[in-house]
Design a protein around this ligand. Structure first.
Ligand SMILES: Cc1cc2nc3c(=O)[nH]c(=O)nc-3n(C[C@H](O)[C@H](O)[C@H](O)COP(=O)(O)O)c2cc1C
Length: 191
């Protein structure tokens, strides 16, 4: 089997604490992994636990903690999860004001198979900028994992903690693997 690498970008929402589930699942399927975090997401993750699982430092700035790996990782697939309202909107607009979003901008530009799993409440998801962002990303062949097709919907405001347990880590990985294998990206605008 050829070696495949999954780049993971975490944003600052509750499910970021559970990104180890994605790492473990990907590792079991013979993928290597690395995690990049937005600056705000650092407060939501256990970086040491992630580093033990991935064997790589968690990146959140342009300078690696070990000061040896400064270039953009080669990736066969990219999963952005959880994607906040803030970061999803910025990614769609092409804003790259932190290291994580700069890597995202470049990887999407290189047409690396990309899956974005938002974690937003219904009030945020109802905003026109968010709906435009989802549609624009899908137009770029980014798979935005949201809507009835994906069985993953925005949650009622205030229910984030219980919703966190249902975060679709396994389905997101399967979608990324399918895209990396040449499968179709979901381009539906169903939000
Ligand atoms: C405890 C806590 C939970 C949050 N949960 C969410 C969330 O579920 N979804 C979301 O879009 N933003 C959430 N936010 C707000 C984001 O953290 C905030 O918009 C932040 O600026 C996002 O940064 P990032 O997009 O660079 O990761 C939460 C903030 C806090 C403090």
């Amino acid at each position: 089997m050829t070696h495949r690498h999954l780049q993971i970008v975490v944003c600052a929402a509750g499910p970021a604490a559970d990104v180890t589930q994605l790492i473990t699942n990907a590792t079991q399927q013979s993928w290597t992994t690395a995690v990049t975090a937005t600056p705000s997401a650092l407060d939501f993750i256990d970086a040491e636990a992630i580093e033990r699982l991935t064997g790589r430092p968690v990146r959140s700035t342009y300078r690696s903690p070990d000061r040896t790996h400064r270039s953009l990782p080669v990736a066969d697939a990219l999963v952005i999860a959880p994607a906040t309202y803030n970061s999803l909107n910025k990614i769609a607009l092409g804003i790259a004001d932190n290291y994580a979003l700069t890597t995202v901008a470049e990887l999407i530009g290189r047409q690396v198979p990309t899956v974005v799993v938002p974690f937003v409440n219904a009030a945020l998801a109802a905003r026109a900028p968010f709906q435009r962002a989802v549609a624009d990303l899908r137009d770029e062949r980014v798979q935005v994992f949201l809507g009835t097709d994906h069985g993953w919907e925005p949650h009622p405001a205030g229910s984030g903690s219980s919703r966190q347990r249902a975060f679709p880590w396994a389905a997101a990985l399967e979608a990324a693997i399918q895209m990396a294998s040449g499968g179709p990206a979901s381009t539906t605008n169903q939000g």
